[in-house]
Design a protein around this ligand. Structure first.
Ligand code: ADP
Length: 473
């Protein structure tokens, strides 16, 4: 019997107002999975009303009180890890290591923002003895969080933890492809003591749920992670309503490797960029720029390593049939423009890879920077490589993109690595494999979006600053 996942509103499971459900798919087997509630604006209205009713008392609680609840939510995620990972696996086909790392980060977001609440407050502003002047971080009220399918629970927690921490109530709209883990999270949060109505999940499609949610007059802020096209559509709604939003969009991020770098580690970083979540990561560094003298060697090593990766073991499938064909369409366009992959460039004709929506890890070497495959986000296990002559050339190619999400630089000369990092137009740059964690702010330059997630910056994004000044003359 098919399992059905209902909405989660006002601390309980709520069937969809119209009684309709949507199917899901396991892309590792192409078999049908659970069903999710097909929400409509009636469900959105119900969830927003619940959020609005619950929010003032939550905002009035002390940071320490909210912190205690968020810690219990983190505990609950960890205790429920096996179920959450199975729900996630069933609709994404992710491999176990990927599931585990996303699960750990999901709990980590709640832990991190719970910690910040005990130490981070507004500030006092010294205007002399005649005044007492201070700022407060005040919540917006009801926040909408619209999230995609590539890292479902992780992306939900990345938004929900800081939004709730600062005293907002949330209505979450996960991707209709991958909703079950977010619904489960809301149940866990309720059971862990998060007051009813503070975290509601309405599942369904973008037009049926996401759009009415963003347009709802009581929603005061939007957090969106997804495609540029949908981000732009939601941006219009936010502009009309004069409400702020965070936009976490796409990328075509550079990985710059100088000949004197630790090439073993740099090759490892390139292989990870291709394999991790099958390249379905907005921050994947999918343009490999290598100093000309080392280009062919590095490319050969990357191609050899990714050619040995096994579908279902080292990397997962593409999320949907449509996205699978979109990736293959990129291959066809590259071929029409004269580009030939050094490895990959197709799906699997037989073996375990043919059973699911798996694409062979693919490398196009020495591509012209004007080709579509070199400019557009593919969202598959696909990398393009380009040689560069020197530091200035590397910088020019790295910045020759409409995106600016992340970058990686590998250099034996650390000063040169940092010089480049400071000049690349991107929200995050890792030099020689520097760590990027929950503590490090994440977000885009250029078409990759605006606003910041993670770090203390995200807490500020979900708060509005109020200044209060008292004359004490
Ligand atoms: P992707 O192409 O990566 O699936 P989308 O931007 O289409 O990215 O989807 C990201 C999220 O945005 C999903 O939750 C999806 O349902 C939602 N969404 C899609 N279209 C709209 C829309 N017109 N309005 C609001 N939300 C939408």
């Amino acid at each position: 019997m098919t399992t059905r996942h209902e909405h989660w509103i006002q601390g309980k499971a709520v069937p969809p107002a119209n009684g309709a459900y949507l199917p899901t798919l396991d892309p590792a087997t192409r078999e049908a999975g659970d069903e999710i509630a097909a929400g409509t604006s009636a469900d959105v209205d119900h969830a927003v009303a619940s959020a609005a009713a619950a929010q003032p008392a939550w905002a009035a609680a002390s940071g320490a009180e909210r912190s205690a609840v968020l810690h219990r939510v983190a505990d609950a995620i960890e205790a429920d890890a096996e179920t959450l990972m199975e729900l996630e696996r069933a609709c994404t086909g992710k491999i176990p290591a990927q599931l585990r790392s996303e699960l750990d980060m999901s709990a980590g977001y709640f832990r991190y923002y719970a910690g910040i609440l005990r130490t981070h407050h507004g500030r006092t502003i010294d205007l002399g003895h005649d005044n007492h002047t201070y700022t407060r971080l005040e919540p917006y009220g009801v926040v909408a969080a619209i999230t995609p399918w590539n890292l479902p629970l992780n992306q939900a927690c990345r938004a929900l933890a800081p939004a709730l921490a600062v005293g907002n109530a949330v209505v979450a709209k996960p991707s209709e492809l991958t909703s079950a883990s977010t619904v489960r999270l809301a149940r866990l949060a309720t059971e862990a003591g998060l007051p009813d109505g503070l975290l509601n999940v309405v599942t369904g499609t973008g037009p049926e749920v996401g759009s009415p949610l963003a347009s709802h007059p009581v929603v005061r802020r939007i957090m969106f992670t997804g495609s540029v096209a949908t981000g732009r559509a939601l941006g219009h709604i936010a502009a009309d309503r004069l409400i702020p939003m965070t936009l976490e969009l796409g990328g075509k991020s550079p990985l710059v490797v100088f000949a004197d770098a630790d090439l073993d580690r740099a090759v490892g970083a390139a292989v990870t960029a291709i394999a991790m979540n099958s390249g379905q990561v907005c921050s994947a560094t999918t343009r490999l720029l290598v100093e000309a003298s080392a280009h062919d060697e590095v490319v050969a090593r990357v191609a050899d390593a990714v050619g040995r990766l096994e579908p279902g073991v080292d990397f997962g499938p593409i999320i949907t049939e449509a996205q699978f064909h979109s990736v293959l369409g990129h291959f066809a366009a590259a071929e029409a423009e004269g580009a030939v992959p050094v490895t990959g460039g197709s799906g699997y004709a037989d073996g375990p890879g043919a059973k699911g929506l798996y694409v062979r890890p693919t490398v196009y070497a020495g591509v012209r920077p004007d080709l579509r495959i070199a400019r557009e986000e593919v969202f598959g296990p696909v990398m393009v490589t380009m040689p560069f002559a020197d530091e200035a050339d590397a910088l020019a190619i790295a910045n020759d993109t409409e995106y600016g999400l992340v970058a990686g630089v590998w250099s034996g000369d650390v000063a040169r690595g940092l010089r480049l990092a400071e000049r690349i137009d991107a929200g995050q740059v890792a030099v020689n494999g520097g760590a990027l964690t929950i503590e490090t702010p994440f977000g885009g330059f250029k078409q990759s979006g605006y606003g910041r997630e993670k770090g203390i910056e995200a807490l500020h994004d979900y708060a509005q600053v109020k200044t209060i000044s008292l004359s004490i003359r």
